[in-house]
Design a protein around this ligand. Structure first.
Ligand code: CP
Length: 304
């Protein structure tokens, strides 16, 4: 059985490219997994989400059910968090009750890493601050592998509110591990130049970049993480960065459009694109189940 630190998933930068490949291969195998993996043994997964979620929390629920694992879910408003209990004590309480793995989402960047240090249970980061959303990064890589078979040499644009996006940070690690080139396209006030490492380009002119891309990951404008004026003029943003049919016409015929959700329809993406034939947005959601099954299996230490 793997040691706790090895089976935790805090950030994709903690994993080797080989580990990322192994998880994605295991996720592929999970599509054939139709029976409970651990029918002989009752196990529990703790779900500890202090930020809202639809896709992530429910796909971890479904993944748990398909593995034959019970869920212990903390509802923030009716839990002892409102009485001042810390997240670390809440996680250790779930662990003491029987959670072998705890899935955590929190507004602070470091919460999953702190829990990884204080809990014996496996920890899976389901989104931490603006820094990491590793399971989403793996899902997006999985979706593109299903589309292209191989990401070696592919050019993937990650477009929009890069500054506030934990998805962008995890995506670029996953995409680079699989051999893709990443172009981060954002207006200057929503860009993060510290992400410009080897194989990652920083650009601001979306219209110039679109024809070069094999895949386009549109990012949600995260107004809840911005000061009131940070976005600037919405019409200017739409004019330069919205993915709409006119802009998509500039792309290669084979391009695919992703978005991690939830969508701000009419802002970063139009419904015509989101629901169109180049969109793989609901394929991303569907991929959440096998990828998270593979992560739960790994976190329980079942992978040798
Ligand atoms: N992509 C994503 O994390 O979606 P949710 O916030 O709905 O979980």
């Amino acid at each position: 059985m793997m040691k706790a630190a090895e089976r935790d998933l805090v950030e994709l930068s903690d994993l080797t490219a080989e580990s990322i490949h192994e998880i994605l291969e295991r996720a592929n195998a999970m599509c054939q997994q139709t029976y409970p993996l651990w029918s002989d043994d009752v196990r529990h997964v703790g779900l500890l989400f202090t930020e809202p979620s639809t896709r992530t929390v429910h796909s971890f629920r479904v993944a748990s059910a398909r593995l034959g694992v019970d869920v212990l879910e903390v509802q923030v408003g009716s839990s002892s968090l409102v009485k001042g209990e810390s997240l670390a004590d809440t996680a250790r309480t779930l662990e003491a009750i029987g959670a072998g793995v705890i899935v955590v989402r929190d507004r602070e960047d470091e919460t999953a890493r702190i829990l990884s240090q204080v809990c014996r249970a496996g920890i899976i980061n389901a989104g931490g601050g603006v820094r990491a959303h590793p399971s989403q990064g793996l899902i997006d890589a999985y979706t593109l592998l299903e589309e292209f078979g191989d990401l070696q040499g592919k050019r993937i644009g990650i477009v929009g509110d890069v500054l506030h996006s934990r998805v962008a940070r995890s995506d670029l690690i996953a995409f680079r591990a699989l051999g893709a080139e990443v172009i981060l396209v954002a207006p200057p006030h929503l860009q993060d130049h510290s992400l410009a490492v080897e194989g990652v380009l920083i650009e601001s002119d979306l219209d110039a970049i679109v024809p070069q891309l094999d895949a386009i990951q549109m990012l949600r404008v995260q107004r809840e993480r911005m000061d009131q004026d940070h976005l600037g003029d919405i019409e200017d943003y739409i004019e330069s960065y919205q993915m709409n049919l006119d802009r998509l016409k500039r792309a290669q015929d084979s391009v695919v459009v992703l978005h991690p959700g939830p969508l701000n329809r009419g802002l970063e993406i139009t419904s015509e694109v989101a629901d169109g034939d180049r969109s793989r947005i609901f394929a991303q959601v569907a991929a959440g189940v096998p990828v998270r099954m593979a992560l739960l299996e790994r976190a329980f230490g079942k992978v040798e």
